[in-house]
Ligand binder design. Structure first.
Ligand code: IPM
Ligand code: MG
Length: 362
């Protein structure tokens, strides 16, 4: 089992370090190799996704990814910005299916900005298509570029597009996932305005014929954004395109009050996957040892389950995380009155201790 470890920027290095300690505590034999990605790779090699990093990722069974990005790179030409690294990995590895669960941990109900009754027991799964849509549409650019810079240009454009095979395969992923859950899929589109999403809706409807046991409904993205805060528990699996999925998954994550808790998986058709927390690089708190490592630790659990065929080890990590929450330890982002505030390292320590069944101190 070969894991490529790409910590990236900001809090990426701190949180990935804790996930690795947790993986080590499982006593399985992994081959892990690290490489630079994002701004860190740009600094060292002049490119956010160097050839060597891409090669390592391609050859691995799974990629454990931290986060990329920092405001200080905002002035770089787009192809050199840290975010291009994650987009390049998705495209080059064909990671088209992005799983973003939004689960409300019972102990953290109070961390949500919604009323507890709206989110208690919440367990929804957003499946975002990841390698098409306006993110990768051609043509894209500006009508009148001025020395490669935006000011002075008269117009800019990005093209939204989806092909039939792209929509079909993500629809199948969603129906299969729903089969293992509550058998309901909501396909989110903007078919009332956009041709791309009328097409999306039609193709999803066709694929649905192969899944008569699954209930399918269609919802416009603006309504979906509203329903997510009005009655989020009505959803089971949401399937949508790259752009809408980007936005709705952040919204869904925050319903749980703690984006610091949510893992994600991006899979290709051979179950090779990239696993990363749903949150970003948080440069404002980087290096302070206060970031919540649990989303990354839970991403490592998803990696064990989906790409490395180690479901039992994944269960052990997930139970350890629940145990640590029940014991009252909290990083700043999920802290509330009556719980004990800990840093990144202490949180990692506690998960490791729970896995190795040593007494948790603190
Ligand atoms: C995400 C992020 C990325 C995206 C960025 C960093 C390119 O927001 O994974 O949701 O837009 O997909
Ligand atoms: Mg996003």
């Amino acid at each position: 089992m070969k894991i490529a470890v790409l910590p990236g920027d900001g809090i990426g290095t701190e949180i990935v370090a804790e996930a690795i300690r947790v993986l080590d505590a499982l006593d399985l034999s992994f081959e892990m190799e690290s490489a630079l990605v994002g701004g860190a790779a740009y600094e060292a090699h002049g490119h956010p996704l160097p050839e060597s990093t891409l090669k390592l990722a391609k050859e691995a069974d799974a990629v454990l990814f931290g986060a990329v990005g920092d405001w200080k790179y905002d002035k770089l030409d787009r192809p050199l910005r840290p975010e291009q690294a994650i987009l390049g990995l998705r495209k080059n590895l064909g990671l088209f299916a992005n799983f973003r669960p939004a689960i409300c941990y019972e102990q953290l109900v109070g961390a949500s900005s919604l009323k507890p009754e709206l989110i208690s027991g919440l367990d929804i799964l957003i499946i975002r298509e990841l390698t098409g849509d306006i993110y990768f549409g051609q043509p894209r650019g500006r009508r009148t570029a001025v020395d490669g810079h935006f000011p002075g240009a008269e117009e800019a454009f990005d093209t939204m597009r989806y092909s039939r095979p792209e929509v079909e395969r993500i629809a199948r992923v969603a129906f299969e996932a729903a089969r293992k859950r509550n058998k309901r899929v909501t396909s989110v589109d903007k078919a009332n305005v956009l041709e791309t999403f009328q097409f999306w809706k039609d193709v999803v409807t066709e694929v649905h014929k192969d899944y008569p046991d699954i209930e399918l409904d269609h919802m416009y993205v603006d309504n979906a954004a509203m329903q997510l805060v009005k009655a989020p528990k009505k959803f089971d699996v949401i399937v949508t395109g790259n752009m809408f999925g980007d936005i709705l998954s952040d919204e869904a994550a925050m319903l749980t009050g703690s984006i610091g808790m949510l893992p994600s998986a991006s899979l290709n058709s051979s179950n090779q996957g990239l696993y990363e927390p749903s949150h970003g690089s948080a440069p404002d708190i980087a290096g302070k040892g206060v970031a919540n490592p649990l989303a990354t630790i839970l991403s490592a659990a998803m990696m064990l389950r989906f790409s490395l065929n180690q479901a039992e080890a994944a269960d052990r990590i997930e139970s350890a995380v629940k145990h640590v929450l029940a014991s009252g330890l909290r990083t700043g982002d999920i802290w509330s009155e009556g719980t004990k505030r800990v840093g990144t390292r202490e949180m990692g320590d506690a998960v490791v201790a729970a896995i190795t069944k040593k007494t948790i101190t603190g």
